[in-house]
Design a protein around this ligand. Structure first.
Ligand code: F6R
Length: 252
């Protein structure tokens, strides 16, 4: 069953997620593989983890990003490869050689299957951090994506392009295509930690957790996963009808 934590700030959410990551690392040891997300939501998680760098050695942990823009100039500061390096790899003290972003070994048609293969070769993702789009996407799996989808090249919706235009100088600079882990890929991670903050995410979060499982709301596929932790602030949780029914660790 999904566990839900309603937190009073993103900083608190970051600490909670960092606790989860550290505890999972301790329990699985050297086979720990971290799945990372970009965007605004997980930033407090990366800050909380970075602050623990002295006691938590992440230098041998392989990490896989969820997604990347496809049609973005190489070296662009908003490419997820650059963002991951700046916001995750360097502050967390990860080994850059062990950090992968889809398409980082060449943007050709075989890149998605090579990425799937790399995840498999690393032993699979132990814990995947996720955000959620206002339209219910996870990674760049937009509404209408098959719940069995694998890593692939896909098109971004206009809404996602608009939402992400805040990172670019001009709206038309936002890429139109992406390479993304599929929903089927994400569901294979052993544990999922999804964070959502702000009223903007309330509708998507309620549809994901309490609506029908449907490709129209890709994040609703999380209902099929046995190990999901959701961290939300009160605004993002405000449209949940059954918030009191979720199991929160330590509540029993
Ligand atoms: C990012 C990703 C996306 C974001 C989502 C929310 O790697 O996969 O699904 O998690 O678009 O973005 P933010 O957190 O910026 O609101």
């Amino acid at each position: 069953m999904t566990e839900l934590f309603v937190v009073s700030s993103q900083a608190e959410g970051g600490e909670l997620a960092a606790d989860r990551i550290a505890a999972t690392m301790t329990s699985v040891g050297a086979r720990f593989v971290l799945g990372v997300a970009t965007g605004s939501t997980p930033q407090s998680i990366w800050r909380a983890l970075a602050a623990r760098c002295r006691s938590l050695d992440l230098s041998t942990v392989p990490a896989f990003a969820l997604d990347e823009y496809w049609d973005i100039p190489e070296g662009h500061p908003e490419s997820y490869q650059a963002v991951v390096e700046r916001e995750i790899t360097s502050p967390l003290g990860l080994n850059p050689q062990l950090v992968r972003v889809p398409g980082d070994d060449g943007k050709d048609s075989a890149a998605p299957s090579r990425y799937e293969q790399a995840i498999r070769a690393a032993g699979g993702i132990t814990l995947q951090v996720l955000g959620i789009g206002r339209n219910g996407h996870i990674a760049f799996n937009e509404p209408g994506t098959s719940l069995a989808s694998r890593c692939r090249i896909a098109r971004l919706t206009q809404q996602t392009r608009r939402d992400n235009s805040r990172f670019f100088a001009a709206a038309e600079d936002v890429p139109s295509y992406c390479i993304t882990q599929g929903i089927g890929t994400i569901l294979e991670a052993e544990r999922l930690v999804l964070a959502a903050y702000g009223l903007d995410k309330a509708h998507a979060l309620a549809a994901a957790l309490e609506g029908p499982v449907t490709s129209t709301v890709p994040a609703s596929a999380l209902q099929l996963h046995p190990g999901v932790t959701v961290i939300a602030d009160a605004a993002a949780a405000s449209q949940l009808k059954h918030a009191g029914n979720y199991l929160a660790a330590g509540a029993l």
